[in-house]
Design a protein around this ligand. Structure first.
Ligand SMILES: [Zn+2]
Length: 285
């Protein structure tokens, strides 16, 4: 008896949401660990992913070092790896946070900024949250924000919608699409031209709802970890999307949202196939 699930496609796929781990450390908020660059490249190679956008996890011990590590890999694997900047303003202070976000975008070529409302513990429309919106808007990169029940009240999609109205030229990406906020997220993305959706934590039914109501131009692949990529792509294969819609969601929309025109690799990286030795969560035995 055997079970083998594989992605067979000639479609170049872009993964927009990968948390790269710190070596020999688990994340302070989530207890996740083990998602290293070799695992990401391996998963990209086996799932026909040409490009992955990496970011620190919300409880990274040293997000500034993680940013430098992402930049190193973006240089080593051009067109395959890009970066999103994320650090906690409560730990690093406003001035240092803004300087680091600016440095990531201007000097390291990062393509987005993450507001991790749940792990960092503030609302998007709070004075702390506004620093991220103002900085992303000024630097001309999209802002990805956590939405979902897991981080209420900081992950209320309605608060992001208020900010989307205040910053009409800023692209805002909802990081998750799970119960019970999925309908609200879809409704807001349908109405606000600058709100986008991504698949992390969704079920195929919500992804289908998003496709029907918002169109493929608003939806992207978001897997969190390299060992989730196959399963995440399978959701897209399960919602009855046309070939053109799949190409739009898995390739064209992220190019448009993250302004990657002419910058992504044509083929997946060549990489050794390795399985992920990962950690997840804090269960005390
Ligand atoms: Zn995430």
């Amino acid at each position: 008896m055997s079970l083998d699930v594989q992605v067979h496609t000639d479609l170049p796929i872009i993964e927009t949401h990968q948390h790269i781990s710190e070596r020999d450390k688990t994340d302070r908020t989530f207890g996740w660990g083990g998602n290293h660059i070799e695992n990401v490249l391996s998963a990209m190679a086996s799932n026909h992913v040409v490009t992955a956008i990496l970011q620190p996890l919300g409880g990274a011990s040293d997000p500034v070092a993680v940013h430098r590590y992402i930049a190193e890999n973006a240089k080593r694997y051009p067109g395959h790896i890009f970066g999103i900047a994320s650090l906690n303003i409560k730990e690093h202070g406003e001035e240092r946070t803004v300087l680091e976000l600016e440095s990531c975008v201007r000097e390291l070529g990062f393509v987005g900024i993450k507001l991790h409302g749940f792990s960092h513990g503030f609302s998007p429309n709070s004075p702390l949250g506004r620093v991220y919106f103002e900085t992303a808007n000024r630097l001309g990169v999209p802002l990805m924000g956590c939405v979902g029940a897991h981080g209420m009240p900081f992950t209320n999609p309605g608060l992001y919608a208020d900010m989307a109205l205040e910053y009409p030229n800023l692209k805002i990406i909802f990081a998750h699409l799970d119960y019970p906020i999925a309908e609200t997220a879809v409704s807001l993305a349908m109405r606000a031209p600058n709100i986008y959706l991504s698949s992390s934590l969704s079920i195929p039914a919500y992804l289908r709802l998003a496709l029907e109501k918002c169109g493929a131009e608003k939806i992207m692949l978001a897997s969190e970890d390299s060992d989730s990529i196959t399963a995440e792509i399978a959701k897209f294969a399960a919602i009855g999307a046309t070939d053109a819609e799949l190409e739009q969601m898995l390739y064209k929309t992220p190019i448009e949202v993250f302004n990657l025109h002419g910058r992504v690799a044509q083929n997946p990286p060549t990489a050794e196939m390795i399985s992920m030795k990962r950690q997840a969560g804090f269960v005390v035995s």
